[in-house]
Design a protein around this ligand. Structure first.
Ligand code: FMN
Length: 312
C-alpha cells in the first residue's frame, strides 16, 4: 500500500505537508501546481512552491516531494520539468485535472483532456527532458465534459512514457460532487500497463477499502480527507483509531508555531480558518469552534480560544 498526499493549491503548502507527514502514513507528497507559460521559471519560483528543495526534496520527516507543473506547451513544460528535478524534486507530476479557467492565454489542466494528442506531446517532451531515474507522472480526471476520452487519454499518457498515472475519478463537469467513480479507475488500469493511483472521495478507512476493491489499486491519493481527518493515512495503512477532537485541537495549536517569514502574522489565521472548512466534515465540534474564531485576526487570540474551549 502506497499513499500520496494530493496536491491542493492554496491549502497543502510545505507547512501542511510537514504537519501531515509528521503524523505519518504518507509515502509521497505532490506540490501545488506551478503554472508554466512560455518561459523558463526563475529558480525562486520552484523554491517558493517547494521549500523542501533546500533539504533534498524531503519533508522534515523524510517524505519525498514531487513538483507539479501545469501548462500546455510541451517544450516549456519539458524545460521547467528538467529544472525541477535538477533542483531536487523527486520526479515531476503533470496536472491534467485542474478545472481552473484559462489564465494569461495559457491553457492547462483539465481542458487538455479534450486533446489526447496534446497530452501525449507534453508527456513525451517531459519524459525526454527528464533523466530516466526520475519519475514523470500525470494526474487526470475522467474527462472534461464526459468520460468518452478517458481510456484514450490514459493510453496517450502511457504511450508517451509516463511512470504512473493518478486518476481523480470524476470529470471536470462533475466538479467535486460525490460520488467518485472508482470502477472507472479499474477500467483504466486494465487498459494501460503502468501503476495507477486512485483518487477521489476517500474520507475514511472503510472508503479506502471500498475504493481499493472497486479500483483494483494499491496506490491511493488522499486530498480533502486528509485535512478533515489528519491521521487518515495512518487509519488506512495501520488501522489506527481516528484522531479525537482533543488531539486535533492540539494539532491546530501546534500549527500556530508555523509562520511564513514576512507574512505579517496573516498566514496562521487565514490557513486555520480554511482548515476548519474541512475539519467540520469530520468533527461536529469544529463547527462550534469555528464560530468562536472566525472573526479573530491574530494567531495568539486564536490559540487562546482553542486552548480555553471546553472539552466536549
Ligand atoms: C482546494 C483544492 C485545491 C486543489 N489543487 C490541486 C492542484 O494544485 N493540483 C492537482 O492536481 N489537483 C488539485 N486539486 C485536486 C485534488 O488533488 C484531488 O484530486 C481532489 O480533491 C479529489 O481528491 P479528494 O476527494 O481526496 O479531495 C485540488 C483540490 C482542492 C479541493
Amino acid at each position: 500500500m502506497h499513499i500520496t498526499l494530493a496536491p491542493m493549491e492554496g491549502v497543502v503548502d510545505h507547512l501542511m505537508r510537514d504537519m501531515l507527514t509528521q503524523i505519518g502514513g504518507f509515502d509521497l507528497c505532490v506540490t501545488e501546481f506551478i503554472r508554466v507559460v512560455e518561459a523558463a521559471l526563475p529558480e525562486r519560483v520552484f523554491y517558493r512552491y517547494c521549500p523542501e528543495l533546500h533539504q533534498g526534496g524531503l519533508t522534515p520527516s523524510g517524505v519525498p516531494v514531487k513538483i507539479q507543473l501545469l501548462g500546455q506547451h510541451p517544450q516549456w513544460m519539458a524545460e521547467n520539468a528538467h529544472r525541477a528535478v535538477e533542483l531536487g524534486s523527486h520526479g515531476v507530476d503533470l496536472n491534467f485535472g485542474c478545472p481552473a479557467k484559462t489564465v494569461n492565454k495559457s491553457r492547462g489542466g483539465a481542458v487538455l483532456l479534450q486533446f489526447p494528442e496534446t497530452l501525449h506531446a507534453i508527456v513525451k517532451a517531459v519524459r525526454e527532458a527528464v533523466p530516466e531515474q526520475h519519475p514523470v507522472t500525470a494526474k487526470i480526471r475522467l474527462g472534461f465534459e464526459d468520460t468518452s476520452l478517458a481510456l484514450e487519454n490514459a493510453d496517450a499518457i502511457y504511450q508517451a512514457g509516463a511512470s504512473s498515472l493518478a486518476v481523480h475519478a470524476r470529470t471536470k463537469a462533475d466538479g467535486y460532487r460525490p460520488p467518485a467513480y472508482w470502477p472507472w479507475i479499474a477500467k483504466i488500469k486494465a487498459q494501460v500497463d503502468m501503476p495507477i493511483v486512485a483518487n477521489g472521495e476517500i474520507w475514511s478507512a472503510s472508503d479506502a477499502q471500498l475504493c481499493q476493491a472497486q479500483s483494483h489499486c494499491d496506490h491511493l491519493m488522499l486530498g480533502r480527507g486528509a485535512l478533515a481527518l489528519p491521521n487518515l493515512a495512518k487509519c488506512i495503512k495501520d488501522g489506527d483509531p481516528e484522531l479525537t477532537w482533543e488531539a486535533c485541537k492540539a494539532l491546530l495549536v501546534q500549527y500556530s508555531g508555523y509562520e511564513i517569514y514576512g507574512d505579517k502574522g496573516r498566514y496562521y489565521p487565514n490557513r486555520i480558518k480554511q482548515w476548519f472548512t474541512y475539519l467540520k466534515r469530520q468533527y461536529p465540534e469544529a463547527q462550534t469552534m469555528f464560530e468562536q474564531i472566525r472573526r479573530l485576526k491574530d494567531a495568539n487570540e486564536i490559540v487562546a480560544a482553542l486552548q480555553s474551549s471546553d472539552r466536549c
